[in-house]
Design a protein around this ligand. Structure first.
Ligand code: NYM
Length: 212
């Protein structure tokens, strides 16, 4: 008997849109409904590459902009064997940020095109569903003070938001926009329904390749 594969589900959005909260709730809900589900997040700060990224984000070290972009991408590629293994075992993966954050954040810096930023991530496992938690950056700002990490300024987040909007014009990716200004439970209900549908749809489909 062949086991059906798990779905690759990604949550994206600007900082404080509620991605982490919603990823945790989704994994829990899927598990409670008897499905296998695990959460992953990028950057994964536990690896050697992830520690370089973490130190950069915490402003403990400086890295050249192209270099850090490639490190973020490498941090995804190093997880690909594990991701494929889990998906093939029938485990649904719920991922907090993926290549789209990679492109949106670097291309918000001067001199970086969307095309250049996408290149290192071409061929990654393609998400079956990418849910963009839509929240006006000014509303996100009102959810609390920005932290002290790099990129946590309103001006930068507005540019990131525009880059996400450009990325969402690409119809080769299964984007769904979720209104994240509502209550946690309302947002969760939509995310759960969309996820259950895509899990059923993807189980007999091959894993695709992103942007290729
Ligand atoms: N970030 C995240 C990037 O700049 N490139 C990437 O490829 C990814 C995955 O790192 N401000 C940025 C977005 C966030 C920061 O994310 C850390 P988090 O979810 O706060 O750990």
């Amino acid at each position: 008997m062949t086991c059906s594969r798990g779905a690759l589900i990604v949550l994206e959005g600007v900082d404080r849109a509620g991605k982490t909260t919603q990823c945790l709730k989704l994994v829990q809900a899927l598990q409670q409904s008897g499905r296998e589900a695990e959460m992953m997040r990028f950057p994964d700060r536990t690896t050697v590459i992830g520690q370089l990224i973490s130190s950069y984000l915490m402003k403990k070290s400086n890295l050249e902009d192209h270099t850090v972009h490639l490190l973020f991408s490498a941090n995804r590629w190093e997880m690909v064997p594990l991701m494929k293994q889990k998906l093939e075992q029938g485990i649904n993966l719920v991922v907090d940020r993926y290549a789209f954050s990679g492109v949106a954040f670097t291309s918000a810096k001067p001199g970086f095109s969307l095309e250049w930023c996408k290149n290192p991530d071409v061929g990654l496992p393609k998400p079956d569903l990418v849910m963009f938690l839509q929240l006006n950056p000014s509303v996100a700002e009102n959810r609390g003070e920005f932290g002290t990490e790099r990129y946590e300024t309103s001006f930068f987040q507005c540019t990131v938001h525009r880059r996400f909007e450009e990325l969402m014009e690409d119809k080769s990716v299964n984007w769904r926009v979720i209104d994240a200004a509502r209550s946690i439970e309302e947002v969760h209900k939509d995310i759960k329904l969309l996820s259950e549908n895509i899990i059923n749809f993807s189980e007999n489909q091959p894993i695709g390749m992103l942007w290729s």
